[in-house]
Design a protein around this ligand. Structure first.
Ligand SMILES: *Cc1c(COP(=O)(O)O)cnc(C)c1O
Length: 390
């Protein structure tokens, strides 16, 4: 009972540590060979043609928006049930953000709500330039349906797959970009694999890949074909052709990521084993678990329950606080983004997406990560059972 159980954490082996130390002893701490190797490993694993590693998924979302030319006056839609970064990225580009309500069973952006909102938006002539679906907890959104809508209404798609590397949709790995322009992963330590901080943007479009690479590094190119014509003696080895950023990943981080990639399938299997045990152990508790679609194989980044508050004499907050007081560091993913003060200042208010708000009023994220033991898991369920009054 003494040690805390977090909701998520990294698993680091001696091999990971050696991979990092090897880079520290090498000539290149950044802009060396490890970043392209890590990019190839992830692209190869997912079945995407191109991958661009950056210093966070937030940066990846930002350069993804830039690569799709999202700018002032454009409209981008995402889900309210996500980390704020999914909505902040288009704001960095000067775009406006709006939210599509979730499917209460999967907690994912609802393709049905999207279809309805598109009909309305079309009638008013205010269609989004891009939609950012988020694969909540690691379960893919209904990408085929969203992709069909994108063809009908002409918007671009960025998958925020920060939770979902290693997950599958219709038998194929998330990240292959079959239904999107760009897919983004996060390598924060609570996610599936880690680089400390880090992210990646994947695409099958060479022009988009090229733009992602330029935006990652100041908008600079050293490719002569891309350079602006200048008198021969003024052409140096590089030119800045866009306004970009320094969002580069270091080789130290890439080495850790590459080493972690060797265990990704094991990580996913461990997460599935934990989720399966929870599904069984929680059957008689006053809660519901996320419905898994037949076509989906979740990466199980998160395991979120929804309390049946009508059946218990405790509030959401009481259950949450009782668990934390017992050392089970449960979390809440997520407060609807538009309920954040920054977004309320833009004019959003309570009640805007009723399903996301109902979800927020009931959701609790239980611990799930490779290395969580059976006895720790049993303790989580025992504490939850007591906290709900069982
Ligand atoms: C973690 C996360 C991000 C941001 O990832 P960073 O790598 O920390 O920038 C974005 N979107 C979602 C859905 C996330 O869970």
């Amino acid at each position: 009972m003494n040690s805390m159980i977090p909701y998520g954490r990294q698993e680091i082996t001696d091999a990971d540590i050696e991979a990092v130390v090897e880079v520290l002893r090498s000539d290149f701490l950044t802009q060396g060979p490890m970043v392209p190797r890590f990019e190839s490993a992830v692209a190869g694993y997912c079945g995407a043609k191109h991958a661009v590693a950056v210093n966070s998924a937030t940066s990846a979302l930002h350069i993804a928006c830039m690569a799709l030319d999202i700018g002032l006056g454009d409209l981008v839609w995402t889900t309210p049930t996500t980390f704020v970064a999914s909505a902040n990225a288009p704001l960095y580009c000067g775009a406006k953000v709006d939210f599509v309500d979730i499917d209460p069973r999967t907690y994912n952006l609802s393709a049905e709500c999207l279809a309805e909102k598109l009909v309305e938006a079309n009638a008013r002539g205010v269609l989004p330039k891009a939609v950012i679906p988020v694969h909540m907890c690691g379960q893919s959104c209904d990408m085929e349906a969203i992709h069909l809508l994108s063809q009908k209404y002409g918007f671009r798609i960025i998958e925020d797959a920060s939770h979902a590397i290693g997950g599958k949709y219709k038998g194929e790995l998330v990240g292959n970009c079959r239904y999107s322009d760009i897919t983004v992963f996060s390598f924060h330590p609570v996610k599936i694999i880690t680089t400390g901080e880090g992210g990646m943007a994947l695409t099958n479009d060479p022009a988009l890949s090229n733009r992602l690479q330029r935006h990652r590094s100041h908008g600079i190119t050293s490719n002569r074909d891309e350079m602006f014509a200048r008198p021969a003696d003024e052409i140096w080895n590089y030119q800045q052709i866009y306004l970009g950023y320094n969002y580069r990943m270091t080789d130290i981080q890439a080495a850790l990521g590459l080493s972690q990639m060797q265990r990704i399938d094991d990580f996913i299997l461990q997460r599935h084993a934990i989720a399966t045990r929870y599904n069984e152990m929680l059957l008689d508790l006053p809660l519901v678990t996320a419905q898994q679609h037949l076509h989906s194989y979740s990466s199980y980044h998160l395991y979120v329950i929804r309390l049946k508050l009508a059946e218990i004499n405790k509030t959401h907050r009481q259950v949450y606080e009782a668990m934390r007081a017992s050392g089970i560091l449960v979390n809440l993913h997520y407060i609807p983004v538009y309920r954040q003060p920054y977004y309320e200042q833009m004019g959003f208010s309570a009640g805007y997406c009723p399903q996301a708000e109902q979800y927020y009023a009931e959701a609790i994220t239980l611990p799930i990560y490779p290395g969580l033991t059976n006895s720790q898991q049993s303790l989580v369920v025992e504490v939850l059972n007591t906290a709900t009054g069982g």
